[in-house]
Design a protein around this ligand. Structure first.
Ligand SMILES: Cc1cc2nc3c(=O)[nH]c(=O)nc-3n(C[C@H](O)[C@H](O)[C@H](O)COP(=O)(O)O)c2cc1C
Length: 487
């Protein structure tokens, strides 16, 4: 689909025109005409479930900055971002950003690490967030703060941003080829996986000591936990059957209940997936990207290389095992689940719908609103099936000017418990808080999904909103990015 055929939401004149557009395109996205404020706002209602108390329905999604020190500590830019997470007014902070539990499991040399030498830095991030949150909302009552724990698995690049050092759980015919791996390339052994499980449990205990209310055991976006869920072809204790593919998660959850009693656990999952996509043709001399197309899969059927994907047609999702996974989490006592999809590395259009692709991406193969609607619909189905789980929904930023209207409707209708803000946090963190205070939207701060927050790290620079946030736009980094993009 050419980008020209996609309606620019910034040009839509008002919510009724947007509602009409949704109707004409048969997009099942609920959208309220009027934004309610103060205690009348559905987005301001608290969530209470056992010991969990969350003061409103706004979540700050984890947003990594690729801006830590090489030993895994935060920098001034990291601290600034966490302050802005606090300023969002969100009462649920889903992890801040991904923090690696082992040195070799870092996704880039600037990813945060949880280890004794970084504890002070992580505590400072949390404290800065709380302080800023109090200034915005007047109190930290009902503020629930998590730390997202991760191992990057296949996408580990601990030493150089452009030098993959994959730690794979199973072979994947398409993704292995992209990394020049062969069938003989080694898999993580069961005992290496056991050691990683122990690191997750120790990291959770450390996070509790630092004051975090919960940890997210990251199982999304192609990283190790997610890859293990789809490790159908792996042999041994962590592959093959559903029971084996969920053993990693089960053992971490059970280990944390034992080592950090009282700490809550959340799990962010890629609830569905798709065959990896690629750009149809190289970018033109004008830098325009070719459209995304699926890799060929006829020779790979039944497709056994993913989670939440139809083995007979990997262009379609299959939620059977996703439902099994959430049942399992419910049995284990996990109450917090964050729904995401796919991976930014091989299916960005389903994970973070955008009009403009990052440097390593492709032009949108569908109207990005379809991507938003897909994640919302899956979350709605899962919420209906598991009413006692607290679900956070993702991929709302593409809604731009109409994000508050859709967020309010989704919560009001019970499609989701809390609306997650991802890219919007980088430009306009307090968007939802402000609108529920009755303030007009500041249109010049709205994320237009230019994807420079992904392009910059793909070129070895920190993430941030380079087009709209003057802190980045007017810095030496902004100049560097402009030069790198021209090359
Ligand atoms: C620059 C950037 C950094 C991100 N960092 C993380 C991360 O650390 N952990 C994670 O689970 N997701 C991460 N995500 C995904 C977002 O949390 C979110 O799911 C995605 O951007 C879609 O939501 P949105 O439409 O509100 O942006 C990141 C996305 C971007 C663009």
């Amino acid at each position: 689909m050419s980008a020209a055929a996609i309606l620019r939401l910034g040009t839509v004149k008002g919510v009724s025109q947007f509602q009409e557009h949704l109707r004409l395109r048969h997009l099942a996205i609920p959208c309220d005409a009027e934004i309610l404020t103060g205690p009348d706002s559905p987005l301001r209602s608290p969530i209470r479930c056992g010991a969990i108390n969350i003061g409103n329905r706004i979540t700050a999604q984890p947003m990594e900055g690729w801006d830590g020190t090489t030993d895994g500590n935060p920098t001034a830019n990291t601290l600034r971002r966490w302050r802005r997470f606090g300023r969002s007014g969100a009462k649920l902070i889903w992890g801040g950003e991904s923090v690696a539990v082992t040195e070799d499991g870092r996704a880039n040399p600037h990813q945060l690490l949880i280890a004794p030498h970084t504890e002070k830095g992580l505590a400072q991030l949390r404290a800065a967030l709380v302080e800023e949150h109090r200034l915005t909302t007047g109190s930290d009552d009902g503020l629930l703060i998590g730390l997202q724990l991760t191992h990057s698995g296949r996408f580990s690049r601990p030493h150089e941003y452009d030098h993959p050092e994959p730690r794979i759980a199973c072979h994947h015919p398409i993704l292995d080829a992209r990394l020049a791996l062969s069938d003989a390339s080694p898999l993580l052994s069961d005992s290496e996986i056991e050691a990683i499980i122990a690191r997750f449990c120790a990291a959770a205990a450390a996070a509790q000591k630092l004051g975090f209310d919960f940890v997210d055991i990251k199982h999304c976006h192609g990283y190790l936990g997610h890859e293990l869920l789809g490790a159908h072809t792996r042999e041994g204790r962590y592959g093959g059957s559903f029971e084996n593919r969920t053993r990693f998660l089960r053992e971490i959850v059970e280990g944390i209940w034992a080592s950090a009693p009282g700490l809550e656990i959340g799990v962010r999952i890629s609830a569905f997936d798709i065959i990896p996509f690629r750009e149809d043709a190289a970018p033109s001399s004008k830098g325009k990207h070719g459209p995304g197309i699926p890799e060929r899969f006829e020779a790979l059927l039944p497709y056994r290389y993913g989670f939440g994907v139809n083995p007979l047609n990997p262009l379609e999702m299959d939620l059977t095992e996703t439902i099994g996974l959430i049942s399992l989490l419910e049995e284990l006592g996990v109450r917090l689940v964050n729904i995401s999809a796919g991976s930014p590395y091989y299916s960005p259009h389903i994970q973070r719908p955008a009009l403009y692709p990052p440097s390593d991406g492709y032009a949108p193969p569908e109207d990005p609103l379809i991507g938003v609607a897909r994640q919302m619909e899956v979350t709605r189905c899962l919420k209906q099936r598991f009413p006692s789980i607290i679900f956070v929904g993702s991929a709302y930023s593409y809604l731009q000017d109409f994000l508050p209207n859709v967020a309010q409707a989704a919560v009001r209708l019970g499609w989701v418990d809390s609306v997650g803000l991802g890219r919007m946090l980088l430009t306009y963190p307090e968007m939802l808080w402000d609108t529920t205070e009755g303030h007009p939207i500041q249109r010049h701060r709205i994320c237009r999904t230019f994807s420079d927050c992904t392009t910059a790290p793909r070129k070895g620079l920190p993430s941030g909103c380079y087009p709209l946030d003057s802190h980045y736009k007017e810095s030496a980094l902004g100049e560097q990015l402009r030069i790198l993009k021209k090359r």
